[in-house]
Design a protein. Structure first.
Length: 322
């Protein structure tokens, strides 16, 4: 390696605050001086990180990066979210400080949509409780009818990339589609509901696929779950904050809804026992967006953003401030 290249790389210090795939770590270490702290940043800057030299941070929507954290890093130039979400990155503060924020829009959308449909099928057909029943020797006693997706009513909260892909897959089951968002979309499939309660009332399955953040915190609350009704199922593949956990626990305890499929939890990785123990609840460990293809796409978007920024080129996946 030439002294010039070595010096250039040595001046490009990157702090990663989230767990990253080995291939992504190898790529970052090849081109940058990487400080890898996958457990995040609590009260103090991770040990061994010189704030004066640090020019980039890799995070995600859940971990984010606050204004106070940016203030500790005077040389920070770019914050890259590994994935589509960036809700806990203070974009306004970054813009004010002249810091570029990037993400990977659509990189894992297809995988998340697949996961959502999988949860819908598994909940409706009772894969988990029925497998448990058979293992317990209750073959004949467990052969009651179960609902299916064909012809059912699907309510989507969010009609972005993921929502549209879920809708496309649902159409293969001849599901009736409805959706809720900030505003109707002329080219979106299904009926738009400005009132989320009305959407839930007219849904057999309600899938949360909207952005996280303060504006959607507890958007799905007791009233929404009550409107979904005792034969309805809720699936969350967005952010844990969108679904009120205590309201969900109460709804399940009183059979106000039929079940839930959760890839995200408000206080993950801590999961309330009431959810773990419920036979009609399926929980996956925030992996809806993880597949070999999606991780490669997220890696490529991250590397492209860093490379473009340090080459002083236009950054394709830069987030625009509201």
């Amino acid at each position: 390696m030439s002294p010039v290249l070595s010096a250039s790389m040595g001046g490009r210090h990157v702090l990663a605050l989230i767990a990253l795939p080995d291939a992504t770590l190898d790529a970052l270490r090849r081109d940058y001086t990487l400080h890898y702290h996958p457990d995040g940043w609590d009260d103090a800057l991770p040990a061994g990180v010189d704030p004066v030299t640090l020019r980039a941070v890799v995070t995600n929507g859940s971990t984010g990066l606050s204004d106070a954290q940016m203030a500790v890093l005077p040389a920070l130039e770019i914050v890259s979210a590994f994935g589509a979400g960036y809700e806990n990155v203070d974009v306004d503060a970054a813009v004010r400080r002249g810091i570029v924020v990037t993400h990977a829009p659509g990189a894992n959308a297809a995988t998340v949509a697949d996961h959502a449909i999988g949860l819908l099928l598994a909940l409706a057909r009772g894969y988990a409780p029925l497998t448990g029943a058979v293992r317990a020797g209750r073959w004949r006693a467990s052969r009651a009818e179960r609902p299916t997706l064909t012809g059912a009513r699907l309510g989507l909260i969010g009609m972005g990339r993921i929502g549209r892909l879920i809708a496309a897959r649902a159409q293969g089951f001849d599901m009736t589609l409805g959706y809720h968002g900030r505003q109707p979309r002329a080219d979106a499939p299904g009926r738009y509901y400005a009132d989320l309660i009305e959407l839930a009332t007219n849904s057999d399955f309600l899938v949360i696929a909207c952005n996280g953040g303060p504006s959607t915190k507890h958007l799905v609350d007791r009233q929404v779950l009550q409107a979904l009704g005792p034969s309805g199922y809720v699936v969350n593949v967005s952010r844990g904050s969108v679904l009120d956990t205590q309201a969900l626990i109460d709804a399940l305890a009183h059979a106000a809804i039929a079940g839930a499929g959760l890839d995200v939890i408000e206080d993950e990785p801590e999961v309330p026992p009431a959810l773990l123990d419920h036979p009609e609840v399926l929980i996956t460990p925030h992996i809806a967006g993880r597949s070999p293809a999606s991780l490669i796409a997220q890696r490529d978007a991250l590397l492209a953003s860093l490379s473009q920024h340090f080459a002083q080129a236009s950054v394709e996946f830069a987030v625009r401030a509201a």
